[in-house]
Design a protein around this ligand. Sequence first.
Ligand code: HEC
Length: 166
Amino acid sequence: MCLMAQPRYTADGQLTLPSDYREWIFLSSGLGMTYAQSMQMAPAFTNVFVNPAAYRSFVSTGKWPDKTMLVLEIRASASKGSINQGGSYQGDVVGIEGEVKDQAKFPGNGWAFFGFGKSSTGKMLPPSEDCYSCHAEHGAVDNTFVQFYPALLGIARQKGTLSGHN
Ligand code: HEC
């Protein structure tokens, strides 16, 4: 299994979406969270995954190491299907976004954001995009929304790495 020790980029600087990201560590799902100014009407699910090496490092330190990569997989929600009578379940992928900490490559705090859409390579979004400001200002640990990932939140509390942002 490829643990993707390093983020990989194409020759023109796009980030490669590892084909096995669904075998990474699952952090949590959001349902209908509205921060993203989503274009669709029905609430979407957002599934967050992180590469296993970065997860293990977070568990022992409460911090993200260099070369951390997080994937936000956005899926449509459905409520009518098979035997389901109530509630919602996940449907097709609507889009995928990514976030990498690569201090040698990205100035400032070392993080960069990428939009994959439905492609396996994603263009880097320019620092003027609101991804950067919202994550930097509101992410509870180093640009990321650990306040919404219950297992990590406990670790960050214990290690004292919460920024106080919310
Ligand atoms: C107004 C605030 C806001 C903006 C703007 C925003 N995000 Fe986020 N982002 C969030 C929140 C809140 C979460 C965690 C909730 C979840 O599970 O969906 C999140 C989660 C993520 C994650 C999962 C890892 C993490 O940091 O917790 C990625 C990757 C991500 N966003 C990428 C993007 C990209 C790319 C953009 C710009 C196109 C963007 N975001 C714009 C608020 C924002």
